[in-house]
Design a binder for this molecule. Structure first.
Ligand code: NAD
Ligand code: UDP
Length: 323
C-alpha cells in the first residue's frame, strides 16, 4: 500500500512542528507548508538533515491565501498566527488567512479527496458565559473588537468546514484547541507562558495583565498532538474540544513558576487588554468519550520542560529548579 501523505499547513510553527515530527516518526510522508510568518526552520533543529534526507519530508513555502494543488491523503490545517500579538499585527491578513486560506485548503481536500482537520480554537467561545465550555455552547464573541479577526475568522473557518461536509460530503474534523504551551513557542509571541518564563529567566518583573484573576487551562503540547491524531483517526465530524481541563488564574501561574524556580518573582500589573476572556476551561467529555483522549502532563511538569527549552533558547544557564 502506498505511504499516506499528510499535509500540515502552518507546519513550521509551534504546534505544527511537533505535529510534523510526530507524523514523520509514525512513518508517514509529511509535507510541511508554511509562509514563515511566525514559523521557523529552526523548529526542526537537529532533525532537519534527517528529515530532508529521508525522502519523505518536504517543505513548501506557500501562503494559504493562494490556491495550491498537492497530492495528499490528509490535511491538518493549522496555518494562522495564534498569539494575540501576532494575529493583531495585521488583522486583515488574519481574516484572509482564516477565511480564504481555509477555503483554499478545503477546495484542495475536495479535489484530491483528502480528510481535512481544522485547527479551530477555544476563542470561538469568546468571553464565555457558560463554564466550563462544552462544544454545544455557541459562544459570546464581540464581532468587531481587536480579537475578532481571529475569533470570527475561526468561526467562519468552522462554518466553511461544516458546509464542505454537508454540501460535498467531505470528511472533516474540527479541533477546538485550548491554550497550548511547550518547547518551540517563540520567546516574543506575547503569550502568557512564554512571557512569564522569559521574564523570570531574564530577571525581569512578570507582566500580569489586570489583577491576574482571569483563568486559562494550559495543555502541554504532546497531549494536544495526541488528541489531534486521535481526532483525525475517528469518524466524528462535529467540533471537539482538545486541551487540559485543569484551570488556573494568571496569579496561580506565577506561583507555579515560582515553585519550580524556587524563588519569589516580582510582578508588575499592566492594563487588561480589551475583550480578554475572564475564564476558560474545556469540557472534555466529548473528547474522552469519542477519542479516549486524556491529557497526561501536569502543569508543573510541562512548565519544567518549557523553562529548560527557553533557558537554552535565550543562551542562559539552565536554572536550578526546585523539586
Ligand atoms: P504559530 O504562530 O506558532 O503557528 C502558526 C503557523 O502558521 C506559523 O508557522 C505561521 O508561519 C503559519 N502561517 C500563518 N499564516 C499563514 C499563511 N497565510 N500561510 C501559510 N502559513 C501561515 O501558532 P501555533 O500556536 O502553533 O498555532 C497553530 C494553530 O493552532 C493555529 O491555527 C491556531 O489558531 C491554533 N490554536 C493554537 C492554540 C495555542 O494555544 N497554541 C490555541 C488554539 C488554537
Ligand atoms: N497575560 C498576562 N501577561 C502577559 C501575557 C498575557 O497576564 O504577559 C494574560 C492575558 O491577559 C490573558 C492570559 O494571560 O488573560 C492568556 O493570554 P495569552 O495571550 O497567552 O492567550 P489568550 O488570551 O489568547 O488565551
Amino acid at each position: 500500500m502506498a505511504r499516506q501523505v499528510c499535509l500540515v499547513t502552518g507546519g513550521a510553527g509551534f504546534i505544527g512542528s511537533h505535529l510534523c515530527l510526530r507524523l514523520f516518526d509514525e512513518g508517514r510522508h509529511v509535507i510541511c507548508l508554511d509562509n514563515f510568518f511566525t514559523g521557523r526552520m529552526e523548529n526542526f533543529g537537529e532533525r532537519y538533515r534527517e528529515l530532508v534526507l529521508s525522502g519523505r519530508f518536504e517543505f513548501v513555502r506557500h501562503d494559504v491565501i493562494e490556491p495550491i494543488v498537492l497530492e495528499v491523503d490528509e490535511i491538518y490545517h493549522l496555518a494562522c498566527p495564534a498569539s494575540p500579538v501576532h494575529y493583531q499585527h495585521n488583522p486583515v491578513k488574519t481574516i484572509k488567512t482564516n477565511v480564504i486560506g481555509t477555503y483554499h485548503m478545503l477546495g484542495l481536500a475536495k479535489r484530491v479527496r483528502a480528510r481535512f482537520l481544522l485547527a479551530s480554537t477555544s476563542e470561538v467561545y469568546g468571553d464565555p458565559q457558560v463554564h466550563p465550555q462544552p462544544e454545544t455552547y455557541w459562544g459570546h464573541v464581540n464581532p468587531n473588537g481587536i480579537r475578532s479577526c481571529y475569533d470570527e475568522g475561526k468561526r467562519v473557518a468552522e462554518t466553511l468546514t461544516c458546509d464542505y461536509h454537508r454540501q460535498h460530503g467531505l470528511p472533516v474534523r474540527i479541533a477546538r484547541i485550548f491554550n497550548t504551551y511547550g518547547p518551540r513557542m517563540s520567546a516574543d509571541d506575547g503569550r502568557v507562558v512564554s512571557n512569564f518564563i522569559c521574564q523570570a529567566l531574564r530577571g525581569e518583573p512578570l507582566t500580569v495583565y489586570g489583577d491576574g484573576s482571569q483563568t486559562r487551562s494550559f495543555c502541554y503540547v504532546s497531549d494536544l498532538i495526541d488528541g489531534l491524531l486521535r481526532l483525525m483517526a475517528c469518524d466524528f465530524t462535529g467540533p471537539v474540544n482538545l486541551g487540559n481541563d485543569g484551570e488556573v488564574s494568571m496569579i496561580e501561574l506565577v506561583r507555579a513558576i515560582e515553585r519550580i524556580l524556587g524563588r519569589t518573582l516580582r510582578v508588575e500589573h499592566r492594563r487588561l487588554p480589551q475583550d480578554d476572556p475572564g475564564r476558560r476551561r474545556p469540557d472534555l467529555t466529548r473528547a474522552r468519550q469519542l477519542l479516549g483522549y486524556e491529557p497526561r502532563v501536569p502543569l508543573e511538569e510541562g512548565l519544567r520542560h518549557t523553562i529548560a527549552y527557553f533557558a537554552a533558547e535565550l543562551g542562559l544557564p539552565a536554572p536550578i529548579t526546585a523539586g
